[in-house]
Design a protein around this ligand. Structure first.
Ligand SMILES: C[S@@+](CC[C@H](N)C(=O)[O-])C[C@H]1O[C@@H](n2cnc3c(N)ncnc32)[C@H](O)[C@@H]1O
Length: 255
């Protein structure tokens, strides 16, 4: 994403003291941002403990928690909350509660930045795309929205955010998109390859059919000029308004 956008964050972090990165994974975004903003404190949160034993820069810390149980922070802790690519981990009916939690832990006038992509690759005729589509549907049907990225502005509005801005960019997948396209294409092909057993079990394909489709997969992305649609949202918590908190959100918890 940084390569494509030429920045890690489309919002300038001027005078920002505390930042939360939700679903930080191995901390790539947090560590790069912390390097660029040495006077800002960055907190990464993930359900997997992979960052726990890492030596972090002085301005970073890590929390292990399940965001579906609430965010383990006091009200008005952060100036900025960032979350990227969590669409396949947050069930449909948990999004509103999660966005309300983000509003709660933000300080008044704090900013939020959400980055999500459309579940499906644009242009469907390639083998890898049909395999990935079969995988997505098999794993996620009825639990996660196939296109939550389209409705985040509604959820932000419902949670009381203002100055909601939405941008959509199409990111090429495959060699037709230069270096970013190649990186994204290789990532997509390896996600599908890693999921071989699940796809075979759930799609009705044989292993041989799967392997034959995978052989053509990478080149097919470029031939079809496949792309992902990525949505970038920014919004602000108003100064004089309490955040709405939905009753359905479970109380805070951590692992
Ligand atoms: C696709 S990765 C996002 C990576 C990172 N945000 C980025 O943009 O590079 C999703 C991350 O969310 C974490 N995750 C999934 N479910 C979670 C949950 N319920 N609570 C906290 N973290 C969760 C996963 O462990 C994984 O590291």
């Amino acid at each position: 994403m940084r390569y494509t956008l030429r920045t890690n964050c489309i919002v300038p972090l001027n005078d920002v003291k505390r930042v939360l990165d939700i679903g930080c994974s191995e901390g790539t975004w947090m560590l790069e941002m912390a390097n660029d903003h040495p006077h800002t404190r960055f907190s990464g949160l993930d359900i997997v403990e992979q960052m726990k034993d890492r030596v972090l820069p002085k301005n970073c810390d890590f929390y292990c928690a399940d965001i579906l149980q609430g965010l383990p922070f006091s009200d008005a802790t952060f100036d900025f909350v960032h979350q990227r690519f969590m669409y396949s981990f947050v069930p449909n009916d948990s999004w509103q509660g999660l966005v309300a939690e983000m509003a709660r832990v933000l300080k008044p006038d704090g900013r939020i930045h959400l980055v999500e992509r459309h579940f499906e690759l644009g242009r469907y005729q390639t083998d890898v795309v049909s395999l990935l589509g079969a995988f997505n549907r098999a794993i996620h049907e009825n639990q996660v929205s196939m296109a939550i990225c389209d409705r985040l502005d509604e959820l932000l509005d419902e949670a009381g955010f203002v100055d909601i801005d939405r941008k959509c960019i199409n990111i090429p997948v495959g060699d037709w998109g230069g270096i970013p396209g190649r990186l994204m294409g290789e990532a997509v092909v390896s996600w599908v390859q890693d999921s071989r057993e699940i796809i075979v079990q759930r799609s009705g394909l044989t292993h041989q059919e799967f392997d034959a489709q995978m052989e053509r997969a990478y080149d097919g992305l470029s031939e079809a000029r496949a792309y992902y649609s990525v949505f970038l949202y920014t919004a602000r918590k108003p100064v004089n308004k309490k955040s709405k908190r939905r009753k359905s959100m479970p109380l805070m918890g951590s692992c």
